[in-house]
Design a protein. Structure first.
Length: 190
């Protein structure tokens, strides 16, 4: 079956766009300080007095990270997946960190005032969010921040070692997709 030149170019363009989409879904760049983030909606409750937990002995603050449950191609998986979770009406940052430390997890994340997630990995699809997105006070201590709506306040255990498969990754920029589309259009016009 022979294709005309314009039809062949359309097939090449479609194949190129599919390849770019696959690369965006599977590729990521590692960072040593990485973070997880989630799309957030504005929360009904905000406080100017809540702050990030200051524990500097066992955990370090990674940042406000995007929850990945609503992202395409994640099948509802969380930014902190393959671990354990707990939801307590009296949740505090210390309660969550202690819970995750008990299972020797590398990452601890708090979301929506009372949810705690522990995992060895932070999803590569989770992106860092502005700190103001993680604006909900903890249910058990209103002076501490416990994430936001679809946003995680993430901590990393200082005992976790680099090079053991525990890495924090941020997804590639969407500008790669824009570049791919532009190149595809140029192929069609050539």
């Amino acid at each position: 079956m022979a294709f005309s030149i314009p039809t062949a170019r359309i097939f090449i363009l479609i194949a190129f766009l599919v390849a770019v989409q696959v690369c965006l879904a599977q590729s990521s760049s590692s960072t040593t300080t990485g973070s997880a983030s989630s799309t957030s909606t504005s929360a009904a409750t905000t406080t100017a007095t809540a702050s990030v937990y200051p524990d500097t002995t066992k955990w370090e603050y990674v940042g406000c990270q995007k929850e990945t449950t609503l992202l395409n191609n994640t099948n509802g998986l969380r930014a902190l997946n393959s671990g354990v979770s707990e939801s307590l009406e009296l949740m505090t940052v210390d309660t969550c960190l202690t819970y995750c430390a008990g299972g020797n997890y590398a990452f601890a994340g708090l979301e929506y005032t009372k949810e705690c997630y522990c995992s060895q990995l932070l999803s590569a699809l989770s992106a860092r969010l502005p700190e103001v997105i993680c604006n909900l006070p903890c249910a058990g201590n209103s002076s501490q921040v416990c994430g936001g709506s679809l946003a995680l306040t993430v901590y990393k255990a200082k005992s976790s070692k680099e090079g053991t498969g525990i890495t924090v990754r941020q997804p590639l920029s969407s500008s790669v997709l824009a570049l791919g589309i532009a190149l595809g259009v140029l192929l069609c016009l050539a």
